[in-house]
Design a protein around this ligand. Structure first.
Ligand code: PLP
Length: 440
């Protein structure tokens, strides 16, 4: 265990020192479904939450527990819940507060899968998602009514890569008893949303936290910094009796255990009933990634900034999207909320539009053409025909996807090799190489 606040130390030491029985230093994979109770009283205490402890791996597991504790420590939160994917984390984060008839207000700048979840699946479940343009934080306040239960946004949303005004929107929310849920998938370590007033963080650990493209996973982290009780009627899910748990009122029932009402409720109701459990093996893989996350995210950011510079100078590129080349309000938000780097994602548009974008992707040799981000390897994709293809052209435009947009997730290979691959693919797609040779 460690009290260090430095992320490099936290990710290696928080939540686990060594195995009590074997002394194992690497976190063991507790590949078990269930746990022997010490007696009937112990079992009854666990089920009634008088005592916290292992019951059944759908709800908790010691390997997942280390991952949960480490990421909670990294974020300055109080507790976390590991789930099977980032999608499950986003869905749970909202379903934990909103039921049919309620609404949330979300930023328009979202990952395509989250957009679908919000615009279609949650809608079918009776939860309305109202979309606010985050360039003006006041847009969130304009959409509130007495059924609004949460605000939702991504810290560094791709493809627009315009950093979200976390403190501005969190402050509006707190005035109304509304928590801000931040998807921090693209900016772990670089941003700590709880420091700026967010109440809940969600992650797709599939991306930078796992970091090696091996494992789908997700996390919800509770900041323990939101007064659910004071929010009163605004937050009925935590302040009215829950018939699925003997009428427990979560904001009161969990008080003796600390400010963890939100995350306990998610674990013992949603995870119990919907069962999006993360397997212990997957938790182990994600922990391996987490242990080098601070190092990797710095390298991703450094390489991405160099790529953004290179592309900005290229004659066939009409627009580059990365916080390092932004100015005005977007740059000042990036500088307020991101520390030690602007992240590993870079977007750009070729003057040749859709056809040039496709030809560029087909010509890449080092970069993989995949639907993922945050792998140690460099990745590329054309969002309009893949990740965002299920959106209407208007919705694509609202989330920042234009027909010629190419998204890069810049890896941690040597920067010279990354640039060399981009150069040869741009030459192949646009003929700029031969033009340059002719001029030289
Ligand atoms: N949030 C963001 C920002 C993402 O990029 C993704 C996946 O691409 C998700 C959530 C969903 O995560 P997962 O694929 O682990 O379900």
């Amino acid at each position: 265990m460690t009290d260090s606040k430095n992320p490099e130390t936290t990710v290696l030491h928080a939540g686990y020192r060594s195995d009590e029985t074997t002394g194992a230093v690497a976190v063991p994979i507790y590949q078990t479904t269930s746990y022997q109770f010490q007696g009937t009283e112990h079992a009854a205490n666990l089920f009634s939450l008088k005592e916290l402890g292992n019951i059944y791996t759908r709800i908790m597991n010691p390997t997942c527990d280390v991952l949960e504790k480490r990421v909670a420590a990294l974020e300055g939160g109080v507790a976390a819940l590991a789930v099977a994917s980032g999608q499950a984390a986003s869905a749970f984060a909202i379903q934990n507060l909103a039921k049919a008839g309620d609404n949330i207000v979300s930023s328009t700048n979202l990952y395509g899968g989250t957009w679908n979840l919000f615009a279609n699946t949650l809608k079918d479940q009776g939860i309305e998602v109202r979309f606010a343009d985050p360039s003006d934080p006041a847009n969130f306040e304009r959409l509130i009514d007495d059924k609004t239960r949460a605000f939702y946004a991504e810290t560094l949303p791709n493809p627009k890569l315009e950093v979200f005004p976390i403190a501005e929107v969190a402050t509006i929310g707190r005035k109304h008893g509304i928590p801000l849920i931040m998807d921090n998938t693209a900016a772990p370590v670089l941003c700590r949303p709880f420091d700026h007033g967010a109440a809940v963080i969600v992650y797709s650990t599939t991306k930078y936290i796992g970091g090696h493209g091996t494992t789908i996973g997700g996390l919800l982290v509770d900041g323990g910094n939101f007064d659910w009780e004071a929010a009163g009627e605004r937050q009925p899910a935590l302040n009215t009796p829950d018939p699925s748990y003997h009428g427990a009122v979560w904001s009161e029932a969990v008080k003796p255990l600390g400010p963890i009402a939100y995350i306990i409720k998610a674990r013992v109701t949603l995870q119990r009933d919907l069962g999006a459990a993360l397997s212990p093996f997957n938790a182990f893989q994600i922990i391996q990634g987490l242990e080098t996350l601070p190092l990797r995210i710095r390298e991703h950011s450094k390489n991405a900034a160099a790529v953004a510079d290179y592309l900005s100078e290229h004659p066939a590129v009409s627009r580059v999207i990365h916080p390092s080349v932004q100015d005005g309000e977007n740059r000042s938000r990036a500088d307020t909320y991101l520390k030690n780097g602007y992240g590993g994602l870079v977007g750009f548009e070729l003057s040749g539009g859709l056809e040039a974008g496709r030809a560029f992707i087909d010509a890449l040799k080092l970069f993989y053409h995949v639907a993922n981000i945050g792998d140690a390897r460099s990745l590329a994709i054309h969002p309009a025909t893949t990740t965002h293809s299920q959106l209407t052209p208007e919705d694509q435009f609202a989330s920042g996807v234009t027909p010629g947009y190419v998204r890069l997730s810049v890896g941690i290979e040597h920067i010279d090799d990354i640039i060399a691959d981009l150069r040869q693919a741009l030459d192949a797609a646009t003929g700029t190489g031969s033009a340059r040779h002719a001029a030289e």
